[in-house]
Design a protein around this ligand. Structure first.
Ligand code: VJV
Ligand code: CA
Ligand code: ZN
Length: 453
């Protein structure tokens, strides 16, 4: 039987259809796998399941700059110049071409001298109006003079596009411009904002959005597979009704985008546990980074070394979180549950089991404070689905036995064990000594003592 907690859960099948490009470690289909497993265990019947709503552009602009959002829209072929306030409904599978950036560039800037079949309006009415079907519409028989002029125009436009891509950190390996990138980001953000709104309204105790947790996105730039910071937008929503919000991040990477957004306020305390050192992305999150101005002492960083196991993680996580909740007295908590802190993750270097990861969630939940639970990283796809299913059950207080998982259309991907909780023990040494963890714990408890509450 479940706990009687009221749980709101956000998912739409369309998020699983986005594609970052060939070989990219971020694989949105993990969200479809997760939902299929959640349903196969019957967990969907014990909570309220909502479709993801796209955040509106206005909502996105509460954190991101208009220039950045417009540029994302431009790349996605969406005209914000004559805007529907919300975008049309999600369309299911959205597949990117193999190399979307060059494909797009090729459409915008066809090789000189080769006329391009164009459906575009020409000339471009505004910087926002070109997109998938855009192009400068080479006309077949131009005089040499006009040709020269249009070559110069094209070169200038190409330079401007490249400059914008650089400014917004877009288009390289980590953050490719894939088809539907804005759509994907708005869906992820809409789920997190709506989860926050339901908590604000007091109509649920816990809200879950596994499509959220994209903690690296900055005000005007993409970073580390993240384009729009759904977490910041959700926290801004929570701040409408909550005097103090606690953000906890157990993704293996530092939650830099969220920390940066609230670095100078005492209304949000950010806490990130992450791998730090050896050039590990993003390279921020040193113990010494504690916030500034009004926010001084309200950023807490727990930089860890590779190979941390269950015992060491619980040893630092539980007392630190208990002390933070005791002293900060948050009225809402957001927990980013990145699955890349599990052992055997394709990108991570920690050694947590599914059981310990879920215990962190259970521990946070045990304080009985309104809780928004979000996804994040996670690059060994079947383990992401396993973890987030177990965590959905944890929220519902449903115990799942470690048997072969129920059949879903994705069953084959869960081999060779086909168990719910396989061995995720990675053969890497735990470089977090007891002395290191003790020093960190006492530093953090010291930091908490300096905060005037
Ligand atoms: O370490 C980095 C930056 C580089 C430049 C880009 N190359 C590909 C990798 C090194 C310095 N980026 C990290 C970003 C991690 C983002 C994590 C996001 C989250 O989990 O915290 C939240 C959702 C990184 N690590 C590994 C890769 N990038 C990586 C990117 C690829 C790739 C292989 C590895 C992109 C494309 C392809 N392969 C084909
Ligand atoms: Ca983290
Ligand atoms: Zn991560």
């Amino acid at each position: 039987m479940s706990s009687g907690l009221r749980v709101s859960y956000f998912h739409s099948e369309s998020v699983g259809g986005f594609y970052y490009g060939r070989g990219h470690p971020m694989k949105p289909p993990r969200l479809s796998l997760t939902h299929a497993l959640v349903k196969a265990y019957g967990l969907d019947r014990q909570m309220e399941v909502y479709s993801l709503r796209r955040a509106t552009v206005e909502e996105a602009l509460l954190f991101h700059t208009p220039e950045y959002v417009s540029f994302l829209a431009e790349l996605d072929g969406i005209d914000l110049g004559s805007p529907p306030r919300t975008l049309p409904p999600a369309t299911g599978l959205v597949l990117a071409p193999r190399d979307p950036y060059s494909a797009r560039l090729a459409r915008c800037f066809p090789p000189l001298g080769l006329p391009m079949a164009s459906t575009s309006r020409s000339p471009r009415p505004s910087s926002l109006s070109h997109g998938r079907q855009a192009g400068h519409g080479h006309q077949g028989c131009l005089t040499p003079q006009v040709s020269q002029q249009s070559a110069e125009d094209l070169a200038a436009a190409k330079k401007a596009l490249e400059e914008s891509m650089r400014r917004h950190n877009l288009g390289h390996d980590d953050v490719p411009v894939f088809d539907g990138v804005l759509d994907f980001s708005l869906l992820s953000s809409g789920g997190s904002i709506d989860g926050a709104a339901r908590l604000n309204a007091g109509v649920c105790d816990v809200a879950i959005n596994w499509s959220g947790g994209l903690h690296h996105a900055k005000k005007q730039a993409a970073s580390g597979f993240c384009y729009m910071n759904d977490i910041v937008l959700a926290i801004l929503e929570l701040l409408k009704f909550n005097p103090r919000v606690l953000y906890i991040d157990i993704d293996v990477h530092h939650g830099d985008g969220v920390e940066e957004a609230f670095y100078e306020t005492d209304r949000v305390m950010t806490v990130s546990f992450h791998m730090y050192g050896e050039g590990f992305f993003p390279g921020t999150g040193a113990r010494e980074d504690i916030g500034e101005g009004e926010g001084k002492q309200h950023a807490i960083n727990v930089p860890l070394r590779a190979g941390i196991d269950d015992r060491s993680y619980a040893y630092i996580f539980k007392p630190v979180i208990a002390a933070i909740i005791e002293s900060y007295q948050p009225t809402a908590i957001v927990l980013q549950c990145g699955a890349d802190s599990l052992g055997c993750d394709r990108l991570g270097c920690f050694n947590l089991t599914i059981g310990q990861h879920a215990d962190c969630l259970a521990f946070v939940k045990s304080f009985g404070i309104p809780l928004l639970v979000l996804g994040g990283g996670g690059y060994t796809v079947p383990n992401v689905a396993r973890l987030w299913t177990v965590e959905t059950a944890t929220v519902l207080d449903v115990e799942l036995t470690n048997d072969v998982i129920p059949y879903t259309e994705h069953f084959d991907l869960f081999g060779p064990s086909f168990k719910l909780i396989p061995d995720t023990h990675a053969g890497i040494a735990n470089l977090n000594t007891r002395t290191y963890l003790d020093k960190m714990k006492s530093d953090i408890l010291q930091q908490l003592k300096t905060i005037p509450f």
